[in-house]
Design a protein around this ligand. Structure first.
Ligand SMILES: C[S@@+](CC[C@H](N)C(=O)[O-])C[C@H]1O[C@@H](n2cnc3c(N)ncnc32)[C@H](O)[C@@H]1O
Length: 266
């Protein structure tokens, strides 16, 4: 196990935000196993191969890959999430670091993955270029982003917190719609990856009650930022109200979300 303790750029901004509610985020990540299983299946990860997960969070993907006999490596901006990943996967090589300047050598990995992570980079093409650099030639690189907003119940959470966030500077470009056919392919190709196949997966988060919902949805780094600006009570109330359409008769919540993937080659 080793650690590059320095972060820079977008990692230094996002790390403390993602680490602020690390245990609550760990529980969210545990529900995301279907996303990771699909990534493993599509990458065709084999026993003994080395895999790097970029933006590995608390290491749920790393644990699943290790259970398949892979040699697992992770990098994340958050020291707190990296600590939980090391706890979850003892002996794994999990480092605090910047995805735009990965702390690994060229041609190191048989498989590289990034689940809901690459779009946090200030320069996503630079981060994907790094994924290409550290992959062995021809290695699968699995990129996963949010799916079509029309099929993402969690978009309601984003809409609920938007009023608490600072307005974008005038003239700032809208974020790319990475779920649209061809968009992620274009960013990946510009970074030197060879897009192979795009696909989508849908599954549902389940939360037992308001408290469980609020703990989970207050944990992502972007929401922590809203809480810092507007206070927990206001953000919590807005999120619980926005999620009312997804309440089940038993008082729990079921949130279906689509996830968009690109399998590319280094
Ligand atoms: C949405 S979470 C994804 C975590 C996990 N992969 C998952 O599937 O849920 C985004 C992760 O990216 C990390 N992150 C954000 N910016 C980063 C950067 N510039 N370099 C490295 N990690 C970064 C955050 O700390 C966080 O753990």
């Amino acid at each position: 196990m080793s650690s590059a303790a320095t972060t820079s750029g977008s990692a230094s901004r996002w790390g403390p935000l993602w680490g602020a509610r690390a245990r609550d985020w760990a529980a969210v990540e545990e529900q995301q196993a279907p996303t990771y299983e699909e990534g493993l299946r599509r990458a065709g990860l084999e026993r003994g191969q080395s895999v790097l997960d970029v933006g590995c969070g608390t290491g749920v993907f790393l644990a699943l890959a290790a259970a398949r006999g892979a040699r697992v490596h992770g990098v994340d901006a958050s020291e707190d999430l990296v600590a939980l990943a090391r706890e979850r996967v003892p002996g794994a090589d999990v480092r605090v670091g910047e995805m735009e300047a990965l702390p690994f050598g060229d041609d190191s990995f048989d498989v590289v993955t990034g689940f809901n992570s690459f779009f946090f980079a200030d320069d996503m093409a630079a981060a994907l270029g790094e994924a290409a650099r550290v992959s062995k030639p021809g290695a699968p690189v699995v990129l996963q982003v949010w799916g079509d907003p029309e099929r993402c119940d969690l978009e309601a959470m984003k809409r609920a917190v938007a009023p608490f966030m600072p307005a974008s500077p005038p003239g700032a470009p809208a974020p790319p719609e990475l779920w649209r056919p061809g968009v992620l392919e274009e960013v990946a190709a510009a970074a030197g990856l060879r897009p192979e196949r795009a696909f989508d997966l849908t599954w549902a988060f389940e939360f037992a009650d308001d408290d469980h919902l609020a703990r989970a949805l207050l944990a992502p780094g972007g929401i922590v930022r809203a809480v810092d600006l507007a206070g927990e009570d206001a953000v919590r109330a807005a999120i619980v109200e926005a999620m009312a359409p997804y309440r089940t008769p038993g008082g729990g919540y079921l949130l279906r979300n689509e996830w968009h993937y690109l399998l590319a080659r280094a």
